[in-house]
Design a protein around this ligand. Sequence first.
Ligand SMILES: O=C(O)[C@@H](CO)OP(=O)(O)O
Length: 247
Amino acid sequence: MHKLVLIRHGESTWNLENRFTGWTDVDLTPLGLEQAVSAGRLLKAEGYDFDLCYTSVLKRATRTLWHVLDEMDRTWLPVVHSWRLNERHYGALQGLNKADMARQYGEQQVLVWRRSYDTPPPALEADDPRWERSDRRYDTVKDGEFPRTECLKDTVARVLPFWNESMAPAIRSGQRVVVAAHGNSIRALVKYLDGISDQDIVGLNIPNGIPLIYELDDQLRPLRHYYLGDADAIARAAAAVAAQGKA
Ligand SMILES: O=C(O)[C@@H](CO)OP(=O)(O)O
């Protein structure tokens, strides 16, 4: 049996401001940092240990991982960064306030933008200064793969090759893996692992900074999954994420 640990980054400055974030590289808030530290403490107290770490190329996830590893006295572990674990690209919505958008376009439209499986938000124009194409951290991303917006289906399509080529073989070989990533890149992975339908994935929200444990069999099929921590607090945190799209 393998254990895979997934952690969404701690609260970011744009989570706090309720803005669509996507690939915008915002940092953690003081609370977000504290959530990351608590996640590391909890993992250590529960006896977890790791051999290999994965994260995105965005600082809110990277810094979350750093604090987790620091609390566990495991800052020396290898860390693999990949843009494929980045948050879902939010296109032209990046930077806009979710509640403002709900007032302007209606909560139903915002729910479609946030959670529908295959309807992407409006795309960024190529000359939009928000487009990340010229950022050198993305030099290896092929032109045809570089998103201007993504629905969750697009995120699944770029996360899965990385899962199949890097993460799954590492886990199969017996390495204990921790992944610090983002709400929607984790939803993409969980949708694949649990075979969640396109309809049911709409209702899944991942809270910030709480370790989500997947127990996997030898074929990496999930046996069970659970969050570490207080179940009521975790349910409230997930409901608060869902409510971010209210007017
Ligand atoms: O803004 C974003 O990039 C994500 C995660 O913070 O938000 P949402 O939960 O609306 O998909």
